[in-house]
Design a protein around this ligand. Structure first.
Ligand code: MSP
Length: 481
């Protein structure tokens, strides 16, 4: 039911992940970013829908199930569980987890494809496809994109596919897409927007939306002998979660934001909006493409054996440290590098020294000099407007810098006022300084909550109702590598 009083909605999605492997830190990156936004908009009293899920109807799934010596359905159930468990153990606050093998997804998929077919019968047609296909990418490649005749990503043989398929008249959407992109802020950051515009201007070809002779996949509603091309069906997950074809879906759809990696922008910024336009639906409010990161300078890959399990890392350093490092280290939208050395440095210097030590020093001194009490005063974070602006642009690094700059100033303030010396001559003044910092820390905890939920809670517990609780323990204790 639409709530007539509160119609501020915010719908944030992550890509739905392939289940041929367990989640690695790159997947956690997209999901953590979405989680911070979901928590932030909830704190702003928006109704929030945060979705993630698994992309299961891929040939990769069959290959992985065979390798695991399991039935496909047994394998997919177990992997969907593993992905959900991972996000739960990282305390990611998703509202929905969609699996593309669910019935509701089949319903949404059929409804959207039928809507395209009925709305624009000439936009769907049957033809013969001939091309090179990499099933690991689930994508076709032109000859000039192949490297030594092999897939440029996986460096494996591609299949020559020649079959009768159904096509979608994507070529008809060049002008409409360009108009949508230039009239709105739908594609961010700017560099990706320019990349997509340039790609469209080179000319769009129609795309094949079905496969003949394939075991896995959802049947095409108007030709059950064919399976829907997995990407076409996967994109529709975003509508499935919103409740499409139920009319209520619009409530979420009016403010849907897709977070995706830069590797999948053509699907999200070209094919997806064109499909929606063709069906008479509005294209997404925003597609934000973040960059990719390497690990110690190398591409993340199973064969290099350098994948990092985000759960293990979080077990060692805590969920908050992982969230902080990923979003602080790499400006959202840019590429970056993940290194353990940097992780340890950032953990110790910023989380440990700047934040953790400040909280424990102030709490300890108030304990000693004022019986564990502070003078309560409501202090809101002074740069809330700048934080709102940064987060509306998904500029996490800017948000973090604003908060941590203030924390650094508070540390400097303590060094200048030196309450530990002041207390010897003027106890009241010492308590005043410490109370000011305690009150500011409570305000900071509030703005930090979306990024560091556990830490924010601990700060609020430490300074509560004029009393200091030192039993909370040290935030970000030293960890030996
Ligand atoms: N199933 C498709 C997406 C369908 S969405 C309708 C897919 N899945 S995936 O499992 O390969 O996950 C891709 C996403 O994981 C990327 O778009 C990106 O968001 C994230 N990342 C995977 N590796 C990454 C890095 N090395 N660095 C940053 N993000 C990474 O594509």
């Amino acid at each position: 039911m639409t709530n007539p009083i509160n119609n501020k909605t915010f719908y944030i999605t992550t890509p739905i992940y392939y289940i041929n492997d367990i989640p690695h830190i790159g997947h956690a990156y997209s999901t953590i970013a979405a989680d911070v936004l979901a928590r932030y908009y909830r704190s702003k009293k928006y109704e929030v829908l945060f979705s993630t899920g698994t992309d299961e109807n891929s040939k990769k799934t069959i290959e992985a199930a065979q390798q695991a010596k399991q039935e496909v359905s047994e394998y997919t159930d177990a992997m969907a569980e593993t992905w959900q468990d991972t996000w739960r153990s990282l305390d990611l606050s998703f509202d929905d987890f969609v699996r593309t093998t669910e019935e509701r997804h089949q319903l949404a998929t059929n409804s959207l494809l039928e809507a395209i077919y009925q709305n624009n019968p000439d936009h769907i047609y049957k033809g013969t496809y001939e091309g090179k296909y990499c099933f690991r990418c689930e994508a076709f490649y032109r000859d000039d994109e192949l490297v030594d005749g092999k897939c440029p990503i996986h460096k494996k043989e591609v299949e020559l596919v020649k079959e009768d398929n159904w096509f979608f008249r994507l070529s008809d959407y060049e002008d409409k897409l360009l108009q949508w992109i230039t009239d709105t802020d739908a594609i961010a950051p700017e560099s990706r927007k320019n990349e997509v515009v340039a790609f469209i201007k080179r000319g769009l070809e129609d795309i094949s939306i079905s496969r003949a002779n394939q075991d896995i996949g959802l049947p095409l509603p108007f030709d059950k002998s064919q399976k829907i091309y997995v990407w076409i069906e996967a994109l529709i997950n975003y509508l499935t979660v919103a409740g499409y074809p139920n009319q209520d879906y619009e409530r979420w759809w009016q403010n849907v934001h897709h977070i995706v990696g830069k590797d999948i922008i053509k699907f999200h910024c070209i094919i997806w909006p064109a499909m929606l336009m063709s069906a008479g639906l509005t294209p997404p409010k925003q597609v934000f493409a973040h960059g990719f990161f390497t690990i110690n300078g190398e591409k993340i890959s199973k064969s290099l054996g350098n994948t990092i399990d985000p759960v293990l890392l979080a077990e060692q350093y805590g969920n908050d440290a992982l969230r902080y490092f990923l979003l602080r280290e790499i400006p959202f939208g840019a590429d970056g590098d993940f290194s353990f050395e940097r992780f340890q440095i950032v953990y110790e210097t910023e989380l440990g020294n700047v934040l953790g030590n400040l909280v424990s020093r102030v709490a300890a001194m108030l304990g000693k000099y004022n019986d564990g009490k502070y003078l309560q005063e409501q202090v809101s974070f002074s740069q809330q407007a700048e934080i709102d602006d940064a987060l509306s642009r998904f500029a996490f690094e800017k948000y973090i810098a604003l908060v941590f700059d203030r924390l650094t100033e508070l540390n400097v303030l303590l060094e200048q006022k030196r309450p530990w010396e002041l207390v010897k001559t003027n106890n009241d003044q010492a308590v005043n300084v410490l109370s000011q910092v305690a009150n500011e820390l409570i305000g900071i905890a509030q703005v930090l909550h979306p990024l560091l939920p556990e830490t924010a809670k601990k700060i609020q517990q430490t300074f509560h109702d004029g009393k200091v609780d030192t039993s909370v323990g040290i935030l970000f204790p030293r960890i030996e590598e």
